[in-house]
Design a protein around this ligand. Structure first.
Ligand code: UD1
Length: 431
């Protein structure tokens, strides 16, 4: 069996890495039991949606992900240009590689582009195509203005295997008419990566370099109280008033505490365009890492690698974010989280986790930040967020292909394409 995994943008890498390792684990076991021909052949494709060291390269080394077998090098562009370019380049790869299954992750442009190409490809004259699996299926914000929501809905409706991270995912898919047998509640591969990387993150030197550890009794573990901020949603950062509102909502927090803000390239660009530099304590490039930043105020940093970011997230008194994945990671780490969006597609982080949705109005953000800094919300780790989601995914895929092989090799079961001829034959014999 040949499986193609597609990654493209930063949040894909931590979702895909555990699946790569689970396939490798299974292959090692299967090879001993049944021989090398039963092994799953893996092809890792990187679309190049994210391309620089900070947004892509460092994640491969931090997560110990193997180098992609195929790199499409699409780079940035408008949604249409980026999506079309991925589709154009991915089609040739599919025709050449002819995998049995294409696995896509999350909700980025690479996800929908590759699912769409796979759904329409013909690998033979009968229209044979690879199956499509979507990891992190079923999440819905019901906010059609989010490009990710469009990507999620389309990808789910094209997929044959839908792996959901929380119960709401299954409910949403069933409500949309997707057949129950396609849906598999397996847990969260992003949390698999988090659990596997926690020990490494404890060794990150970043807290020391920033002067946030040691010589303080402000917080447990000798870590000074600080907040961590991430903002990159177009709705928050591409609009001057929206970004202003979020920054004003943080003014009380940053008057008292250091707020560390590793900014996405999109956000960096907008800060400069809107002339908002004065909101920040100072701009910190990676070269300035040695300098302590433990004074109150928002400290703008370059994007961080996975392990360093995890270390900052785990030790933060509070995380303020508009990211989807960070809502889940903070829930798993039991770190209070304030989401500066009007909705979330990950409701379990609110009902069971540490997340509170603050919206984007300054006064609401101020109030929720204050609540979350002073009284911790009761929380627990959601069902199946136990570090074993990828193993469940690989088992489900293997079972699915075994069933298919048994169905096609058994004399009692007819391949679907033969059914019309059989019906006609039965009619003729009756008459
Ligand atoms: C994308 C995803 C979003 C995800 C986010 C995580 C879509 C529709 N959006 O948004 O769901 O949460 O990634 O980061 O797929 N850039 C760089 N270096 C890079 C990549 C991008 O400088 O390696 C710059 C680009 O020039 C562009 C901007 O960042 O101007 C946005 O990149 P893009 O991939 O278009 O979307 P994101 O905002 O990153």
């Amino acid at each position: 069996m040949k499986i193609m995994l597609v990654v493209g943008a930063r949040p894909n890498f931590m979702k895909a890495a555990p699946v790569v390792f689970a396939v490798q684990d299974r292959n090692a076991k299967i090879e001993k039991l049944r021989g090398p021909e039963e092994k799953i052949q893996l092809v890792l494709v990187h679309t190049g949606q994210h391309y620089d060291e900070a947004m892509s390269g460092s994640f491969f080394s931090d997560l110990a992900l193997p180098k992609p077998d195929i790199h499409l090098e699409v780079g940035s562009g408008s949604h249409a240009v980026q999506t079309a370019e991925i589709m154009r380049r991915f089609e040739g790869v599919l025709l050449e590689e002819r995998p049995d299954l294409v696995v896509v992750f999350g909700d980025v442009n690479s996800t929908v582009a590759c699912a769409l190409v796979t759904a329409k490809i013909s690998l033979d004259t009968n229209g044979k195509r690879p199956l499509i699996a979507h990891v992190e299926a079923g999440l819905r914000s019901y906010d059609a203005a989010m490009p990710e929501e469009i990507n999620r809905v389309i990808t789910d409706h094209l997929s044959d295997l839908l792996f959901v991270t929380e119960e709401s995912g299954r409910e949403n898919l069933l409500r949309e008419g997707i057949a129950a047998e396609k849906i598999h509640f397996v847990g969260n591969t992003m949390i698999d990566s988090l659990m596997a990387s926690l020990a490494k993150s404890d060794k990150s030197a970043l807290l020391n370099q920033f002067g946030l550890r040691g010589n303080t009794n402000e917080s447990a573990g000798g870590v000074r109280r600080y907040a961590l901020l991430t903002l990159h949603r177009p709705s928050n950062v591409d609009n001057r008033e929206a970004l202003l509102s979020v920054l004003e909502g943080l003014n009380e927090l940053c008057a008292c505490y250091p707020v560390l803000f590793p900014a996405h390239p999109r956000t960096f660009k907008r800060i400069a365009e809107f002339g908002f530099e004065h909101f920040f304590q100072r701009l910190t490039g990676s070269a300035e890492r040695g300098r302590p930043i433990s004074t109150p105020g928002i400290h703008l940093l370059c994007p961080l690698g996975y392990v360093d970011f995890l270390s900052l997230m785990k030790n933060a008194a509070l995380v303020v974010t508009d990211s989807g994945g960070i809502q889940e990671e903070t829930t798993c780490l039991a770190v209070p989280c304030v989401t500066v969006r009007e909705n979330t597609e990950r409701p379990v982080t609110v009902t069971q986790g540490t997340n509170v949705i603050a919206g984007t109005k300054a006064e609401n953000i101020r109030r929720v930040v204050n609540d979350q800094m002073h009284s911790r919300k009761e929380s627990r780790i959601p069902e199946k967020w136990d570090g074993k989601a990828a193993a469940r995914i690989v088992q489900t895929i293997a079972d699915r292909f075994q069933q298919r092989n048994e169905a096609t090799s058994s004399t009692g079961v007819l391949p679907q394409a033969a059914i019309p001829q059989v019906v006609e034959l039965l009619h003729r014999t009756k008459n």
